[in-house]
Design a protein around this ligand. Structure first.
Ligand SMILES: Nc1ncnc2c1ncn2[C@@H]1O[C@H](COP(=O)(O)OP(=O)(O)OP(=O)(O)O)[C@@H](O)[C@H]1O
Ligand SMILES: [Mg+2]
Length: 257
C-alpha cells in the first residue's frame, strides 16, 4: 500500500510586515513611519491614544486604504472585525456568519453547520435565527467575531472588537478569543484602548504615540497563560507590564503638538 503524504503548505516568511508606513490626510500626517513585523501565530496588541492612526493602519493592512509612503504586507487569508462594524440587517445571525463561507465554495448545508459551530463558540447558538436588530450591541459584535473566525483566517485584524461589551462579557470574550486562537496558528493584530486587555491577551503589546502615530514601545508579555481572568490581573508582573505601558502612553501624549 502506498503512503500518501499531504503536501506541506509553504512556510510564511512573516505574517504581517509594515515598513515605514506614513499616512497623510490633507497634508496632516496621521501615521509617521510605522514599522512592525508580526510572526505567524503571534498575538500582538496595539494601543495608543485616540486619533493616533490605529484604525488607519488596520485599513491599510486590510487593503482598504493606501499609505502615502511605505508598504504593508500580509501573508494568507485575512479576516477583519472593525470598529462599529455592522451586520447585514436582512440576514439572520447564522446567515451573517455563513455569508463569508459562500466564497469558500461549501454547500449550503455545510456552511450553515460551520456557521452554527462558530456561533456556539461565541455563546450565541440559541440566537442563530435572530435578526441583528433583535440582538444587543454586544451580541451583534460576537456575531461579527464568529463571522471573522468562520473563514479560518491566517491573519485576523481586530479594531476594538470588545469596546462596546460590558465588563463581564468582555472578559469572557477575551478568554474565549485566546482559547480559539491558541493552537490555531492564526496571527492576530488586536487594537484596544484597554491596557489591561492588551496585557491579558498579547504575546506583545505595541504602544503608539499621539498623532502622528508611530510605535514607541514594543513590549513582550512573558507571563504564563491563561491570564485573562480578573484575578490574573492582580499579579505583580501583570501590573508591572501595565504600568510600563501606561507610562509610555503618557510620554507619547506629551510629544503631541
Ligand atoms: N479618511 C480620512 N480623511 C481625513 N482624515 C482622516 C481619515 N481617516 C482618519 N483620519 C484622521 O486620521 C487620524 C487617525 O485616525 P484613526 O481613525 O486611524 O485613529 P485611531 O487611532 O483609530 O483613533 P480611535 O482610537 O479614536 O479609534 C485622526 O486624526 C483622523 O481624524
Ligand atoms: Mg480607531
Amino acid at each position: 500500500m502506498g503512503v500518501v503524504t499531504p503536501e506541506e503548505p509553504p512556510p510564511l516568511p512573516a505574517s504581517i510586515i509594515v515598513t515605514d508606513v506614513t499616512q497623510q490626510f490633507s497634508m496632516l500626517p496621521a501615521l509617521a513611519g510605522v514599522n512592525l513585523a508580526v510572526q505567524p501565530g503571534e498575538f500582538v496588541c496595539l494601543v495608543g491614544p485616540s486619533g493616533c492612526g490605529k484604525t488607519s493602519l488596520l485599513r491599510i493592512l486590510a487593503g482598504l486604504a493606501r499609505p502615502t509612503r511605505g508598504t504593508a504586507q500580509l501573508a494568507g487569508r485575512v479576516a477583519t472585525v472593525f470598529q462599529g462594524q455592522s451586520l447585514f440587517p436582512w440576514l439572520t445571525a447564522i446567515d451573517n456568519v455563513a455569508y463569508g463561507l459562500q466564497l469558500a465554495g461549501m454547500t449550503t448545508a455545510r456552511r450553515r453547520e460551520a456557521a452554527l459551530a462558530q456561533l456556539r463558540r461565541v455563546g450565541l447558538e440559541r440566537f442563530a435565527r435572530a435578526y441583528p436588530h433583535t440582538l444587543s450591541g454586544g451580541m451583534q459584535q460576537r456575531v461579527n467575531i464568529a463571522r471573522a473566525l468562520a473563514i479560518s483566517p491566517d491573519v485576523l485584524l481586530m479594531d476594538e472588537p470588545f469596546g462596546s461589551l460590558d465588563e463581564q462579557t468582555r472578559i469572557r470574550m477575551q478568554d474565549q478569543l485566546v482559547a480559539l486562537w491558541q493552537g490555531s496558528g492564526t496571527t492576530v493584530l488586536f487594537v484596544t484602548h484597554s491596557v489591561d486587555e492588551a496585557v491579558a491577551m498579547g504575546d506583545r503589546v505595541c504602544v503608539m504615540s499621539a498623532r502622528p502615530g508611530r510605535i514607541i514601545l514594543d513590549l513582550s508579555i512573558d507571563l504564563p497563560r491563561p491570564r485573562t481572568r480578573y484575578a490574573d490581573r492582580e499579579s505583580l508582573a501583570f501590573r508591572a507590564a501595565a504600568t510600563r505601558i501606561w507610562e509610555t502612553l503618557e510620554q507619547g501624549l506629551r510629544t503631541e503638538d
